[in-house]
Design a protein around this ligand. Structure first.
Ligand code: DX5
Ligand code: ZN
Length: 214
């Protein structure tokens, strides 16, 4: 069963709570892109906005932290209502970030950029709930899918089977009805989709189409 995680980055930020309400008829999962203008060249939302959205929504909040110093803000994201916090391997301190996320009572995600090898995250696979394979360089919606992600998804799935682990595999960036098929074949569990879902005339119909790919 494939989960579709709509990424609000491509939604109308003036109507976020209505948009979460809208997509909650086809998914229970929501991907929140948190950017600080340092780790990535774009700035989006922080804990206060997540907290406001939490008051209006029961969706599972998957906060993708594209920030330089996630350790400083994990508690604030937890207090704001984040269910799962994903940090990037590239920011370092991975051991302590995983530990802190668990101590705070959130599920743990670990993301890797297109130019980071799967071997970099391999030592942590037994400790995480989610591996986020980036199929674009993070920062902006609407970019083209990078096929390097497919090899990593396939490799991660094989490692998970071999080592009898439980983490989910999520892919993020450039997901459309074609690239989603390749990702599902490679073994992905969760498809993040921003522009494909929110540029569609009806986001719920697009979510259903993506879900039915499996
Ligand atoms: C990119 C973000 C993505 C983004 C994906 O840095 O992490 O979640 O919203 O957007 P699309 O689906 O348009 O590539
Ligand atoms: Zn994302």
């Amino acid at each position: 069963m494939i989960t579709v995680a709509p990424s609000i980055l491509s939604a109308d930020f003036g109507h976020l709570s209505e948009i979460l309400d809208l997509v909650s008829s086809t998914t229970s999962y929501c991907h929140l892109d948190i950017m600080d203008g340092h780790f990535v060249p774009n700035i989006t939302i922080g804990p206060p906005v997540v907290k406001s959205l939490r008051r209006h929504s029961k969706l599972y909040f998957d906060s993708h932290l594209m920030i330089e110093n996630p350790g400083k803000y994990l508690e604030a994201f937890k207090d704001a209502g984040t269910d799962l916090a994903t940090v990037h391997i590239e920011v370092g301190n991975t051991d302590s970030l995983i530990k802190l996320t668990k101590e705070l009572g959130m599920s743990v995600g670990l993301a890797l950029n297109p130019d980071t090898k799967l071997s970099a995250v391999a030592p942590f696979l037994g400790e995480i709930d989610l591996l986020l394979v980036m199929s674009v360089f993070p920062g902006f919606g609407g970019q083209k899918f990078m096929p390097i992600a497919l090899e990593k998804i396939y490799e991660a799935k094989n490692l998970r089977d071999e080592l009898n682990l439980n983490f989910k595999i999520e892919v993020d960036g450039g997901i459309n009805l074609l690239t989603a098929v390749d990702c599902v074949k490679a073994g992905v569990d969760i498809l993040v989709s921003g522009s494909t879902v929110f540029d569609a005339p009806d986001p719920n119909i697009m979510i259903e189409k993506l879900k039915s790919i499996a």
